[in-house]
Write a protein that binds this ligand. Structure first.
Ligand code: KIV
Length: 275
């Protein structure tokens, strides 16, 4: 069944857990969609896991549209959410609406996600008013990594925790249909989840959130540059891939691949004329 923002609303009401995974290409999106995941996030984490950057700062609108459109072609039932990259919405409300519109028109997103609290509420309100669903993102917001001073758990002091709760209420009030909570203490995520009418989607925020999201390469063991504490490895696909690549090299070098079964034939009478 097709997932929409209404699916998110209903799930929160019924207390049903929501699932979200990242994807950045057609084939992976198809697999995730066929597995029945509610939502696919074309995260700007593509800067790290696809493009090999140290952070998400260099990711462009063109990157997000290019990968978003590929994911949208592969996702039949999952709600496709495309991240708004750094400086595509912080600069002005006008830029935010124009760029969110591009992610919908050119990337074929079902919703967009942006990072920040009260300071981006005018953007959330304007994008929502344009008929584009917005998922908010609080806690560790990787686009602000230079201001946060590194990848650290957020909301640990009384002041920071109160601000996070206030920001969560503000993004809900501005019209966000859901909010991602990244790297916040589980007990704080629990308070936010209870206080909000919109679903919370946790990543490093404990299991009381209304849903969970992970970067698929982390879940599959395909990315080894760094592994945050909150990641659970559900398979070791990285090792399976390396073993397959090694076997391919071995068989090519030994001359056992390609085999007869992989060859194309030519008629004997044609072949005779070639000598
Ligand atoms: O970019 C991303 O993948 C994200 C998730 C980590 C929530 O924002």
């Amino acid at each position: 069944m097709k997932n929409t923002v209404l699916t998110f609303k209903e799930a929160k009401k019924k207390g049903e857990k929501l699932t979200m995974l990242t994807a950045y290409d057609y084939s992976t999106a198809k697999l995730i969609d066929e597995a029945g995941v509610n939502s696919i996030l074309v995260g700007d984490s593509l800067g790290n896991v696809i493009l090999g950057y140290e952070d998400t700062i260099s990711v462009t609108m063109e990157d997000m549209i290019h990968h978003g459109a590929a994911v949208a072609r592969g996702a039949k039932d999952a709600l496709v959410v495309i991240d708004m990259p750094f400086m595509s919405y912080q600069t002005s409300v006008y830029d935010a609406v124009v760029n969110a519109g591009r992610l919908m028109k050119e990337g074929r997103a079902g919703a967009v996600k942006l990072e920040g609290g009260a300071e981006v509420c005018p953007q959330i309100a304007a994008i929502t008013a344009a008929g584009i669903p917005v998922c908010a993102h609080l806690g560790l917001t990787p686009q602000s990594i230079n201001a946060l001073g590194g990848f650290k758990v957020q909301g640990k002091s009384e002041e920071a925790a109160k601000k996070l709760i206030a920001d969560a209420k503000a993004v809900q009030e501005a019209g966000a249909y859901a909010v991602v909570l990244e790297c916040v203490p589980a007990k704080l995520a629990e308070i936010v989840t209870k206080e909000l009418d919109i679903p919370t989607i946790g990543i490093g925020a404990g299991n009381v959130c209304d849903g969970q999201v992970l970067v698929y390469q982390d879940l599959l063991g395909m990315f080894s540059d760094f592994t945050p504490k909150f990641v659970k490895r559900f398979a070791n696909v990285g090792e399976v891939m390396k073993e397959a690549f090694r076997n391919y090299c071995k068989e090519v070098q030994e001359g056992t691949f390609p085999g007869k079964e992989h060859e194309f034939k030519i008629a004997d009478d044609v072949l005779e004329k070639l000598y």
